[in-house]
Design a protein around this ligand. Sequence first.
Ligand code: ATP
Ligand code: MG
Length: 433
Amino acid sequence: MKLSIENRRYSHEITAKNDGKEVSIAGWVHEKRDLGGVFFLIVRDREGFAQVTLHKGEVERELFEQARKVPRESVVAIGGVVKGEEKAPGGYEILPERMEVLSAASHVLPLDTTGKVGAELDTRLDARFMDLRTERTKHIFIIRSRVLNVIREFLGDRGFIEINTPKIVSAATEGGTALFPISYFEREAFLNQSPQLYKQMLMASGFDRVYEIAPIFRAEEHDTTKHLNEATSVDVEVAFVSAEEVMRILEELITFVYSNLALYPDLNSLKLQLEVPKIPFMRITYEKALELLVEAGEQIEWGDDLSTSAEHILGERIGEHYFITEWPCAIKPFYAQPLEGKDTCNAFDLMHPRLELASGSQRIHSYELLKQSIESKGLGTASFEFYLNAFQYGMPPHAGWGLGVERLLMSMLGIDNVREVVLFPRDRRRLTP
Ligand code: ATP
Ligand code: MG
């Protein structure tokens, strides 16, 4: 028979009903089992596993030896005849007639792909290409892809325009220190911290509802399980609405993602039962959060940001997604709208019981107020001129938020380390692969 790689079938496309049919499959040698008279090759492809069964004496000696000698994880193509076999994965086996080793693997593997031997996260990340061959890791990234699709579907259906803003920028979004400088010809530039300034400028364009899904770069030195130096953010900005409206969009998006994902069979391989959170999410003010924390014995004062332990205490107390609203302006960015006559802002954080998922606010849309706010944070207005300009020629009221894709995934999937949900994470120590 001819071996046809282009016309290969995925393992899940073949069933016992194809008994007697000739097929070609291709994939990685997942396992080899030698039972003396009979030899099994388990071939893995993107969709699953196929058992290739070689009976000694029944197949050509050369083919038998080739199968026996091929190193695990080599890429092979196999042509043969399907036979129904209840005990094999997918209920069939393939009795091979031809085999081609397309790429032989080295004998010592950096990782075990069968999941039988566990490995440290660092070892897995060092050999990520191989780690992705394991069922659990593969499914995390299929789910990631689906989550991004579902987010685009949700926002697209609600009239949002997807935008792309520059990642090489001249000024810090919030004037902070957490920036990566880069050399840009004869000038210094930075990797963007967030698309904040640009998505706001687009509110002056008449687009009304925009979103961007893109990398954000944070030069934070800390090495935690929830911070990356390159993360992915879903950023949304909406004109002619209040913060309450964008909070509603956010909570509806979260439940939409959960309910879509709850249907996917891939979750089984993560041994996960997704419970769709109920909306509306609870809203508590920063002041109330502080009260709860003091009650619980936490050392915290007005104007302090919430530490990780504070987030955990509140999360345990509340037990489901919730918003913290009315933050002190001092710990929110300059573009957050102050609440009339108060030192608090119309800003919010969306919290999962375990960690912060998103931050947002009503934005200042008055040119004068925005200028003052920038100055009051000790920032020079000169470097924000390109941004401030957009507020001088008709800027509608607007509000928006930024949601961390990795934070959303780790909270949904019950994963402790944010690095697990990024293909090639960038952290304090990791710049390769
Ligand atoms: P945190 O206080 O948890 O460090 P942040 O308040 O500095 O986060 P924001 O500037 O509010 O972060 O960014 C909006 C969202 O982007 C965050 O709620 C989070 O989901 C995500 N995000 C921000 N920084 C990081 C990071 N370093 N790694 C992963 N996700 C991040
Ligand atoms: Mg935040």
